[in-house]
Design a protein around this ligand. Structure first.
Ligand code: TEU
Ligand code: CA
Length: 665
């Protein structure tokens, strides 16, 4: 049997500025599940996921414990960038369904006590949008209006007399940010694809038109938005050249010239006041092209007199594996670097009235298991659970991306079918052009980068069952992108039946967090910062203390906890990703197995420990959104079985069942 364990206790700990539970907003406690609709569930046999597919799976989210679903763009679109190229904000893309389907999705989601947010791109439209079509025509016929709804420029003339773009800005999707338009006889700005012209937010009519779009969907009953590339909507008013950092390239990264620009706060405050303040919603601003913790505070702090956004999506932790923000230049990283990034975000936002978002993968980023740990079959499930413990014990709102709860990994392939994404396809084309026939080595590196980082890694369909295409579409239909070969063991159906699966672990962790609210709002403190293998941190409120200990290495590792001021006496093990509990505490050293992750808890002791414990128990019980307490660990030491109503039964042996026990036992 393990020794009783306790985190170090500091009775003087104070939660300072943190919100009381009463004041917490619904989205602060939420797990938001991102649905990439095209790859979720096909119901009409066209090989593409659709709205009905999401409706049919709503009970799946309930079972998992999800609070909010985030739906990828469903608007009319030529789909050159998965619907982030919107050609009509008021129409549903027929490949996904109809407006009636959307209304059904909204009402059925609400019936199940969940919320729904939509993903929307307001920084740019599709070049097929009527607004852009009018804008390009209106240079010759000003009466058409909308001339200044986009950014137009005559460009410059080079020494040969040829018209060239007005500056050297590089598009996120390679090449220039400027495209020549024959009709307007001018260049237009596009930070992303050339079919995604940037809207000019400095024009008041543009902002008002977009606010109307937002109201239209909010009035349909949705609960907020994920706002695509929201920090890009105010550009530097002049368009100066970016400094040359990429030798040998005409086009230079100019993120700092178009991200977090001069009027950004003014516009976001206006949007909040005119639109969001009238509804009870969450706004999740994607902060593309760079945002620091200090800037995130500016966007989200509740101390600001004029609110802007609820949450931001930041990228620093997923940019460690590249050089200078260039995602294709692969870089090795060390665990202390990751800790440093997370530490700064946790501390800065907690201390300044902000709120973190916790996420590891999405439709633009590779699978977290492959990126932060290893997809090796021997460790895959352990790594999935380790990362889950990590994500669910930090401060902030949790975002999970479809398939994360199944432990999906990168397919690890380079094929044409896996290169459909616009960003990847353009990068590969440019790499081939630059390499010519002689540079095999450069192309090998480009392929490696695509296998590791390409956006199609996470865009493959969900394996629901072990049927052909994972049950994503009919057996005789071809999915728009090949389904993963996850087979019997990794499909959702098998995992739901297996209490030891990654899916069951996620389900248990989602519930666990709801029952331990200190994990929402408590302070965060890293221990042993420089340790290259172990990541240990404390989360603390006045009443409770949690210690997360994660072994990010594939080898058994010891941790001399006492050297870092930790006293484990009296604490208890709440979560482990291992199914068997070994005698791993040889005081004052803790031995952790490969990719082992643990969560320990204790109440903050004082002269009256019983009273405090009772109070903590009471407070956390009262505040828990879910009436039952879930305790996932198959240790015979700690498992106490309860029936569905929570009546305690006799201790059981290790069987891997998620088990419910009161927190203070
Ligand atoms: O992404 C913005 C963004 O930051 C990405 O371009 C990111 O730099 C890139 O995907 C990393 O590979 C949003 C959407 O999430 C993305 O899918 C869209 O392509 C993009 O905006 C344009 O709308
Ligand atoms: Ca379909």
């Amino acid at each position: 049997m393990n020794s009783p364990e306790k985190c170090e206790i500091d009775t003087t700990a104070d939660c300072g500025e943190i919100d009381t539970l009463d004041k917490m907003r619904w989205w602060q406690r939420a797990t938001i599940y991102q649905v990439l609709i095209q790859s979720f569930q096909d119901t009409n046999g066209d090989g593409k996921g659709d709205i009905r597919g999401v409706v049919n799976r709503l009970d799946y989210f309930v079972t998992l414990g999800v609070d909010v679903i985030w739906i990828a763009p469903i608007y009319q679109s030529p789909m050159s960038d998965m619907g982030y190229d919107i050609s009509d904000y008021y129409t549903v893309n027929p490949i996904f369904g109809s407006m009636e389907d959307m209304e059904l999705l909204i009402s059925e989601t609400h019936k199940r006590d969940m919320k729904i947010i939509l993903d929307i791109a307001l920084n740019h439209t599709s070049s097929e949008h009527q607004w852009f079509q009018t804008s390009r025509r209106s240079r010759k016929d000003r009466s058409l209006g909308k001339r200044d709804w986009y950014f137009w420029s005559e460009g410059k003339v080079d020494e040969t007399g040829k018209r060239i773009p007005p500056n050297n800005w590089e598009s996120t999707f390679t090449g220039s940010t400027w495209e020549w338009d024959d009709m307007a006889e001018e260049f237009y700005l596009h930070i992303f694809g050339k079919n995604q012209p940037d809207l000019n937010w400095d024009c008041e009519d543009v902002r008002q038109a977009l606010y109307n779009v937002l109201r239209f969907w909010l009035d349909k009953g949705i609960d907020g938005f994920r706002l695509d590339t929201m920090n890009l909507v105010s550009k530097t008013s002049e368009f100066p050249d970016a400094p040359i950092v990429k030798k040998g390239s005409i086009w230079q990264p100019a993120n700092f010239l178009f991200a977090n620009g001069p009027h950004i706060h003014e516009y976001l405050q206006e949007m909040y006041e005119q639109v969001f303040s009238k509804y009870d919603v969450v706004t999740l601003g994607e902060m593309s092209c760079g945002v620091s913790p200090a800037q995130a505070v500016e966007y989200t702090s509740r101390h600001k007199p004029r609110p802007e956004l609820s949450l931001v999506i930041q990228f620093q932790h997923v940019e460690l594996d590249c050089y200078d923000g260039d995602k294709w230049l692969l870089r090795e990283w060390e665990l202390p670097e990751l800790k440093a990034v997370i530490n700064e975000w946790q501390a800065t936002l907690i201390d300044n009235g902000g709120w973190n978002t916790l996420w590891m993968e999405n439709h633009d980023q590779p699978r977290a298991i492959s990126r932060f740990t290893t997809s090796h079959p021997r460790f895959r499930a352990l790594c999935a659970k380790l990362l889950c413990v990590w994500q669910y014990t930090l401060q902030g709102t949790n975002l999970i991306f479809q398939g994360q709860e199944l432990g999906m990994v990168n397919p690890g392939m380079f094929t044409e079918e896996m290169n459909q994404d616009i960003e990847t396809a353009q990068y590969w084309k440019a790499a081939c052009e630059a390499a010519g026939s002689e540079h095999d080595e450069a192309l090998t590196l480009a392929k490696k980068a695509i296998i590791q980082k390409g956006r199609d890694n996470t865009r493959i369909p969900i394996p629901w069952t072990d049927a052909p295409h994972g049950g994503f579409t009919e057996p005789d239909c071809k999915p728009w992108i090949p389904a993963s070969e996850h087979g019997k063991d990794w499909c959702c159906f098998s995992q739901q039946k297996d209490p030891e699966s990654v899916w069951s672990f996620y389900r248990a962790m989602i519930r666990m967090r709801k029952n331990h609210p200190t994990l929402y709002y408590g302070t965060y403190e890293t221990l042993d910062m420089d340790n290259p293998f172990i990541w240990a941190y404390k989360r603390r409120s006045k009443l409770r203390c949690y210690l997360t200990i994660l072994n990010f290495s594939s080898g058994a590792t010891s941790w001399a906890y006492a050297e870092h001021g930790v006293d484990l006496k009296g604490s208890k093990l709440l979560i482990s990703n291992y199914l068997t509990q070994e005698a791993t505490l040889v005081e004052p050293i803790l031995l952790l197995r490969p990719f082992e992750g643990r969560l320990k808890s204790s109440q903050v002791s004082s002269s009256t420990p019983r009273q405090l414990a009772k109070k903590a128990w009471q407070e956390e019980s009262d505040s828990a959104a879910v009436p039952i307490r879930v305790f996932f660990i198959s240790s015979s030491v700690f498992s106490l079985r309860q029936d569905d109503r929570g009546t305690r039964q006799s201790p059981t042996s290790s069987d891997g069942q998620p088990t419910t026990v009161p927190e203070d036992e």
